[in-house]
Design a protein around this ligand. Sequence first.
Ligand SMILES: C[S@@+](CC[C@H](N)C(=O)[O-])C[C@H]1O[C@@H](n2cnc3c(N)ncnc32)[C@H](O)[C@@H]1O
Length: 224
Amino acid sequence: MHDLFAMSEVAEPELAKRARKPRTDAARPIHISGYDRNVRDFYATPDWVTEALLRHVQFRGRVWEPCCGTGAITTVLRRHGYDVTSTDIADHGFGTPGVDFLSCQAVPDDCRALITNPPYGDSGSHKGQEKSSVAMLHFVDHAMRLTGSVQGQLALLVRFQWVAGKRAAALMSVGPFAAVIALTRRITWFDKGTDTNVAQHHHAWVVFDHAHPVGHPPALLFAD
Ligand SMILES: C[S@@+](CC[C@H](N)C(=O)[O-])C[C@H]1O[C@@H](n2cnc3c(N)ncnc32)[C@H](O)[C@@H]1O
């Protein structure tokens, strides 16, 4: 691994533990795409999705894209005048590879905001879905702690439905939850011509701001 930032093994974060409760419902996967999940969950975010975020939120200072993939989000951010530090655990030919976000113990120098489309979606099976939602909670908790250390901002692209999950809701309720930007248009992740799946999920940007006034409810905004 690249040692760009101080790294160490990270125990399950406290907030994620608090938010984690045994599931009692007989949930089943609602979406089986028929496509294998890409290596390390790589999917490029279409430009309009990042544009939708930037229409509603202004970020302070330099941005860190810690799961940059091929640079889809970074490229739009730069077009809007932001300075961006781009890293990824894998080498997708963009940014600095070999940086495991979950092992980073600080944000890169000067960064005050973290924006990404994190790697965890469900894998189509109940077991995989369970595993990925816990992994996602871990990711969000870690991102919240890192951005908290610089009084920063955090924007994550998630499935809209994820926001309403009990554990996610518990985690977000104890954080500086500033806004949810619901995308009224569905994201098409793969263009496979006439075989392209009609997307079944709506997505949203969840935005945390450590300067958000305490007790102020998050804004619910819509974008397409
Ligand atoms: C859904 S893709 C998003 C790529 C890019 N952010 C975008 O929106 O186009 C998730 C990315 O997370 C990276 N990734 C997965 N686990 C990671 C980790 N622990 N630390 C850093 N990057 C990770 C993958 O290599 C992949 O590029």
